[in-house]
Design a protein around this ligand. Structure first.
Ligand code: ADP
Ligand code: AMP
Length: 215
């Protein structure tokens, strides 16, 4: 199964992609996670990526396209994958079509995460991540066992730089301008499935399983 999780920042794509991949044995390809790791490198590219991410801008297409083309060709992706956070603009969706063609694969579905604006802001404001293993928590919806500490490795949790009020506003604008048009693009291909992504993470997961079983 080859899926794209498409939706605004904070919609719960990463949370659900991790669960869906565990459930079906798929590869989770989260460009944001890959780039966050790249941004910790003390190199020219690392510093450039970090500056763009912190401001809520997209990193250059050449970088993300190469990362994804490499990932989907890996043996771990042979059973299928979830693309989480990619593609994010029309150039990336065109590049993905080419990369899929090269490995003789095609997409099965594009799940469109639908969440109300104020809920998106609340999800991002309460998001905390473990800087070591990337695990994602939420101060109320998914709190760690000990406040501020990662359950698995004891590392103090941090807030993402791009979850600041200013960067969130900018990311929502970038989503509207560059990523949202992809709904139309994949809609014309008959791939889009609308997903009500409000409610608890368990509710959303159940809806995803149902959506993947039908349609
Ligand atoms: P995205 O990958 O779309 O940016 P995340 O999966 O990182 O979104 O989720 C954003 C924040 O919202 C995280 O703190 C996560 O724990 C929390 N979250 C995810 N799903 C839900 C949900 N259904 N209800 C409330 N909070 C959620
Ligand atoms: P995410 O973790 O999906 O919220 O992504 C965090 C940030 O990583 C984005 O705001 C961008 O700066 C960068 N990023 C992630 N995926 C992409 C992509 N496909 N294209 C460009 N930038 C990306």
């Amino acid at each position: 199964m080859r899926l794209i999780f498409l939706g605004p920042p904070g919609a719960g794509k990463g949370t659900q992609a991790a669960r869906v991949c565990r459930h079906f044995g798929l590869m989770h390809i989260a460009t944001g996670d890959i780039l966050r790791r790249a941004a910790t490198q003390e190199t020219e590219v690392g510093r450039k990526v970090k500056a763009l991410m912190d401001a809520g801008d997209l990193v250059p297409d050449e970088i993300t396209n190469e990362v994804v083309a490499g990932a989907i060709a890996l043996p771990e992706a042979a059973k299928g994958f979830v693309l989480d956070g990619y593609p994010r603009n029309m150039f990336q969706s065109a590049a993905l079509e080419l990369s899929l063609g090269e490995i003789g694969a095609r997409l099965d579905k594009v799940l469109r995460f639908m969440v109300k604006g104020d809920e998106l802001v609340a999800r991002m404001a309460g998001r905390r991540i473990c800087p070591k293993d990337g695990e994602v928590y939420h101060i109320t919806a998914r709190p760690p066992k000990v406040v501020g500490i990662c359950d698995t490795d004891g590392t103090p949790l941090v807030q993402r730089e791009d979850d600041s009020e200013q960067a969130v506003r900018h990311r929502l604008q970038v989503y509207g301008e560059k990523t949202k048009p992809l709904i139309d693009f994949y809609g014309k291909m008959g791939l889009v499935v609308d997903l009500d992504a409000m409610g608890t993470a368990d509710d959303v997961f159940d809806r995803i399983i149902a959506a993947l079983a039908s349609a």
